[in-house]
Structure formats: C-alpha cells, structure tokens
Design a protein around this ligand. Structure first.
Ligand SMILES: CC(C)(COP(=O)(O)OP(=O)(O)OC[C@H]1O[C@@H](n2cnc3c(N)ncnc32)[C@H](O)[C@@H]1OP(=O)(O)O)[C@@H](O)C(=O)NCCC(=O)NCCS
Length: 169
C-alpha cells in the first residue's frame, strides 16, 4: 500500500522573473483577476512605476508557473520604495503557503537591494501576518481612488526594527 498523498505537493522553486516568463505571468494574472484586473487601484501605480524584475518572484513546479509577486520601484514622499503587485497563486495551488513564501522572498530581495519599505494595496487580514500594516500606509497617497485601509506597508530590515520601537529615546 502506498502512503503517497493523492496529489503530491509540487517541489517549489522561487526565482526572479525573466523576460521569457512574461507570457505565462500575464496569463496567470488574467486568470486570477479576470477582466477587472485593469481597474484595480494598484494598476495606476504601475502606469508610472519602473518594473523591477530582479525583485519580482515566480514560483515554479518544474515548467509550471504556480504563482508570482511582481515588484515596482516608486517614490513615496520623495523617498524610494518598492510596490508589490500583482500577486497571485494559481487557483488549484492556493492555501499551501506559496503566497506567503513569494511575499517573503520578494521582500528579502527588496531588502538586499537596499529598499526600506514595500507598499501594496490588499487585505490586512492576509498581509498583516506577513508584516504589512495599514498603520504605516495611512499617509501614503495613491494615484486614483483607493480604500486607504487597504494601503499597507512593510518596513524592511533596520526600518522594521525601528518601526516597532516605542518611547522618545
Ligand atoms: C492571495 C493569494 C495570492 C494567496 O495565495 P496562497 O498561496 O493561497 O497564500 P497562502 O497559502 O500564503 O495563504 C492562504 C491563506 O490565506 C487566506 N487568504 C487568502 N486571501 C485572503 C484575504 N484576502 N484575506 C484574508 N485571508 C486570505 C486563504 O483563505 C488561506 O487560508 P487557509 O490557510 O486557512 O486556507 C491567492 O489567494 C490568490 O491568488 N488570490 C487571487 C488574487 C488576489 O486576490 N491577489 C491578492 C491581491 S492584493
């Protein structure tokens, strides 16, 4: 009798997005968001931000793209920051932690590249446990209308340590 699970968990590799991944990435984003994709508030950011493929992560099981987290370079109040999105995992592969791993890896890459903050538009119920907070996003002004409670920011590295500090000294 085999003790193998019916659907084995695919061996996942996380890699920065390459130019040749673009068509698979775009198709996955279309499936995840449908025709509403281009009405999202975060699309306005991407109209003027620079794509950062070296910070954008793709999750692969062999040749299958299971998920991705794209990153962009923006400025907030004159300071450089990274913007994360779109972020999606293929429907049949969700709830296995791939999303959390993609976010962790994209944030690690951003920190290694010297970024201090990652901004996104999403649900704090999900992103809160990944280090993002609406509190930090309160003063970020997004282009176009957005529910400000969904503007979330994660402080990276030393910024993260200081963000949790209290007291005047
Ligand atoms: C959001 C998404 C990328 C998460 O991918 P994932 O690989 O399933 O993420 P994880 O495995 O790390 O976490 C899954 C858990 O988060 C929960 N979750 C997902 N989206 C959530 C949300 N918006 N609010 C609260 N919880 C959420 C899931 O229900 C799941 O809970 P479970 O473990 O109890 O089943 C995926 O659900 C997706 O592609 N959704 C459609 C596109 C989308 O909404 N992208 C985010 C836009 S900001």
């Amino acid at each position: 009798m085999s003790l193998e699970p019916a659907t084995p968990t695919p061996l996942l590799t996380l890699e920065p997005e390459r130019p040749r991944d673009a068509h698979l990435a775009e198709a996955l984003i279309d499936r995840a968001f449908g025709p509403g994709r281009f009405t999202k508030a975060s699309e306005r950011v991407r109209e003027f931000a620079a794509f950062a493929p070296e910070l954008s992560m793709c999750a692969w099981a062999g040749e299958r793209l299971l998920g991705l987290a794209r990153m962009w370079r923006i400025r907030v109040g004159g300071q450089p920051a990274a913007f994360l999105g779109p972020f999606a995992v293929e429907e049949g592969e969700r709830s296995a932690g791939f999303g959390a791993r993609l976010i962790a890896r994209a944030c690690e890459a951003a920190e290694a590249a010297g970024e201090t903050h990652v901004v996104l538009v999403g649900d704090e119920a999900y992103f809160g446990r990944l280090g993002f907070a609406a509190e930090l996003g309160r003063r970020v002004i997004m282009p176009g209308p957005v529910d400000q409670r969904r503007v979330l920011v994660r402080a990276l590295g030393r910024s993260a340590a200081l963000a949790g500090a209290v007291g005047p000294r």
